[in-house]
Design a protein around this ligand. Structure first.
Ligand SMILES: *[C@@H]1O[C@H](CO)[C@@H](O)[C@H](O)[C@H]1NC(C)=O
Ligand SMILES: *[C@@H]1O[C@H](CO)[C@@H](O)[C@H](O)[C@H]1NC(C)=O
Ligand SMILES: *[C@@H]1O[C@H](CO)[C@@H](O)[C@H](O)[C@H]1NC(C)=O
Length: 371
């Protein structure tokens, strides 16, 4: 195994252990919001109306409720001030919604969706810069129990919650790992809360600003910096810098570690750990075998252990996905063996065999007698 890969995965593993999901701070400055709300009306009257993936008649089915009986048909993007409740509506008797996954990750109770007789309603209270992203609805036409895919029409609007103090969309992760693969573009996801903000990309060592030519490296405020053809020379630590028109000092984004993945997929990266490696008779202990990998890669486990075939053990396999920010998810697969009431027969080597479609990895740990 390459040393850097080992360290990266070890680092990732530590992060997982410590709980990556720290809640992004949210401001609830009621007074300020009231002032912002006043400005907002003026702003939304002149939205950039450019239809993207519009409905069947070429018009968006997504509208924003401004106030009583005033609706705004949404285009490709919309800039709003944070704080004021967002209400979106979509006409139809069976509507499906999509919104920034951040809202699901934190199971946010600020978000509510309600299907009425003729339309569906999405309400987001106290929106903040972190809620910036794509909001979309689609008509799901259903015939009996089956919902037709062809009959769907979707409207998408990217909503910026423009916060003068948060130029970058806040991230729940303070240090993000981006994998560079030779076969697909990579994205450094420093998104901004206002499309007018000027953003530059910087490497830490050697300290330099990266030239953005618009083709090989380009910037999209809804995605970040896109590196079209990643190569080993792109690896390293990076950050983005945003110039504010109202502030003198620029703002710095989260740090991004870009790693080049030469072999996009391989046998599982596995680790093994016993709850204790020295035991006394009668103890209870467990051995955990863990694999970190690509979200779609399923792993199977099998065990070899000293008391095999002679004593009962408990084995429990599981997996879950950990969201690591925009565009990156890691799958964590685990197998835990629990040995109850330790006897002499249980001392020795515990071997965990992990398999995916690319191969097999064995990891082992020794369990000894305390005496
Ligand atoms: C940000 O402002 C600094 C100083 O005014 C300037 O040198 C730099 O080029 C600006 N960066 C961008 C991306 O506009
Ligand atoms: C494994 O053992 C450790 C230490 O006794 C305990 O904290 C942990 O809950 C155990 N895990 C399982 C899955 O039993
Ligand atoms: C992975 O999942 C697929 C589809 O669910 C299944 O056919 C395959 O056997 C699984 N592979 C392993 C190694 O578990």
């Amino acid at each position: 195994m390459k040393l850097w890969l080992f360290f990266t995965l070890a680092l990732l593993w530590l992060e997982v252990q410590n709980g990556v999901c720290q809640q992004v701070k949210r401001k609830k400055e009621a007074d300020e919001n009231r002032i912002r709300t006043g400005r907002k009306r003026v702003k939304v009257r002149y939205p950039k109306v450019k239809e993207k993936e519009a409905g069947s008649k070429g018009q968006s089915i997504l509208t924003q409720v401004l106030d009583k009986a005033r609706f705004l048909r949404l285009g490709e993007s919309l800039s709003l001030n944070p704080g004021k409740t967002l209400e979106l509506r979509c006409k139809g008797t069976n509507i499906g919604w999509a919104y920034p996954s951040y809202l699901d990750t934190f199971n946010d109770n600020r978000l509510s969706i309600k299907q009425h007789e003729r339309y569906s309603q999405l309400i987001l209270t106290l929106p903040s810069a972190a809620d910036t992203g794509d909001y979309s609805c689609r008509v799901v036409l259903c015939d009996g129990e089956e919902c037709a895919k062809d009959g769907e029409s979707t409207s998408v609007t990217y909503i910026y919650f423009t916060d003068k103090d948060e130029l970058f969309v806040p991230s729940a992760i303070h240090f993000e790992i981006i994998y560079l693969r030779p076969d697909k573009p990579a994205t450094v996801p420093c998104r901004v809360t206002n499309p007018k903000i000027k953003v530059s990309l910087h490497r830490e060592v050697p300290a330099e600003e990266i030239a953005v030519d618009g083709t090989q490296i380009s910037y999209n405020p809804t995605k970040g910096f896109i590196i079209q053809n990643p190569s080993p020379e792109h690896k390293g630590a990076y950050y983005c810098k945003a110039n504010s028109t109202t502030k003198i000092t620029p703002q710095i984004s989260t740090k991004y570690q870009l790693l080049y993945v030469e072999v996009p997929s391989g046998p599982p990266f596995a680790t093994i750990e016993a709850s204790s490696n020295t035991l006394s008779g009668g103890n209870i202990f467990n051995v955990t075998c863990t694999v970190l990998g690509e979200p779609e890669m399923n792993v199977s486990f099998s065990w070899r252990y000293p008391g095999q075939g002679q004593r009962p053990v408990n084995i429990h396999d599981s997996w879950r996905l950990i969201n690591r920010g925009v565009g990156h998810t890691t799958r964590i697969s685990q197998s835990v063996m629990i040995v109850d009431d330790v006897e002499t027969i249980d001392y020795g080597k515990y071997i965990c065999s992990t398999k995916n479609k690319h191969g097999e990895t064995l990891v082992a740990t020794m369990v000894k007698s305390h005496e």
